[in-house]
Write a protein that binds this ligand. Structure first.
Ligand SMILES: Cc1cc2nc3c(=O)[nH]c(=O)nc-3n(C[C@H](O)[C@H](O)[C@H](O)COP(=O)(O)O)c2cc1C
Length: 343
């Protein structure tokens, strides 16, 4: 006689055996529950692949609420990394910030490392990136037109300005800012006919800095919060022992993405109509789709979540590895959308 159960479910017996063997390895430790969400198993069927609706962000249409945070250029790996990242952006409908394009201001020698517009496509946001120290220099030397040249040669939609005083201070070959970055940013905003995003590099920023930025007509603010890659720590690793001992605790100051979401929520209430920047990239220490899903649902402004090191880990080799990683993030986001509500 046919056994109906095993005919319909040929792996049932080995699965049941797995369950018994693995049950003891599958105990969750006390206090480890993720309490950021209500888990609602009753209210949805399993989601379909096309569940995330395209949406407008930075003036273009994205298909996934993720951002590739600014990374590299000018090293032997840079071209492969940037091309892989741009390919993933194109396939999944993601926006991308390039790493510092300082080397392209006066020369085109490294252009091919950064030149990914043809790969990412016209329809998605691609931003160039310069540090506040370079912008201070360009203002002083009356050379702001070089930013327009940079954006033209990269066919970039706009400029990301990174503000990184701790990194510059700790970097053996670092620059010093002569004036407050907010003044430099205001000068660039007045000059620019292109959209501007301002970010830190992994330390985040506090209430007053955030509030000052939200009052400027920026295209977006990118948190680049503390909790993931930290450039104070990274530069110290490149320094001598004495400097490491003196400054190591600096890596621990700053603000997490969650902290910055809370501050931003207060700033929105405080500024009311005075808020001029209405889009945010939540980044810095976002380790996976759950962190990202939580963050973008918590912040009451149009936003996406960004990752740098998360992508970097998978972008140095074949595109397939990166593709699998991004696909898993997207699938995770879709699943979260069906069954998780942020508390
Ligand atoms: C290898 C590497 C290079 C980076 N280079 C830049 C850069 O040129 N400009 C910039 O604004 N941020 C740069 N960053 C900082 C990231 O954009 C991001 O703010 C930071 O890594 C925190 O994100 P994470 O925790 O997801 O890594 C770099 C990060 C990494 C890992």
């Amino acid at each position: 006689m046919l056994n109906k159960l095993t005919d319909n479910d040929p792996t049932a017996s080995s699965r049941k055996k797995d369950h018994i063997e693995l049950a003891f390895q599958s105990q969750i430790e006390e206090g480890k529950l993720d309490s950021r969400f209500y888990y609602e198993p009753l209210l949805s069927g399993h989601p379909k692949a096309e569940e995330i609706k395209p949406f407008r962000f930075l003036g273009k249409t994205l298909r996934t609420p993720i951002w590739v945070s600014s990374m590299t250029g000018g090293t032997e790996w840079a071209k492969t990394i940037n091309q892989n990242l741009a390919l993933a952006c194109n396939e999944f409908g993601i926006g991308m910030g390039l790493g510092s394009c300082r080397s392209l201001l006066y020369s085109d020698e490294m252009l091919s490392d950064f030149d990914v517009r043809a790969i990412i496509g016209e329809g998605l946001p691609l931003y160039a990136n310069l540090g506040i120290a370079q912008l201070e220099q360009l203002i002083k030397q009356n050379e702001l037109f070089l930013i327009d040249n940079l954006l033209n040669k990269l066919k970039a939609d706009g400029l990301i300005i990174h503000v990184n005083p701790l990194q510059e201070w700790l970097q053996p070959e670092g620059d010093r800012f002569e004036i407050a970055p907010i003044e430099t940013i205001k000068t660039i905003v007045e000059y620019a006919s292109f959209p501007i995003i301002v970010k830190e590099v992994g330390q985040g920023m506090g209430y007053e800095s955030l509030k000052a930025l939200f009052q400027l007509p920026l295209e977006a603010i990118d948190f680049a919060a503390n909790g993931g890659t930290n450039f104070a720590k990274l530069e110290l690793l490149r320094s001598d022992k004495q400097k490491q001992e003196i400054y190591s605790k600096l890596a621990l100051v700053g603000h997490s993405a969650e902290d910055m979401i809370e501050m931003t929520t207060k700033i929105i209430q405080e500024l009311g109509d005075g808020i001029k920047c209405k889009q945010v990239i939540i980044s810095g220490g976002i380790r996976n789709f759950l962190d990202g899903y939580y963050a973008i649902n918590k912040l009451p402004l149009p936003c996406v979540y960004g990752q740098a090191s998360g992508f970097l880990k998978h972008a140095r080799g074949s595109y397939d590895e990166l593709r699998d990683y991004v696909d898993a993030q997207v699938q995770g986001l879709i699943l979260a959308g069906a069954f998780l509500k942020v508390r």
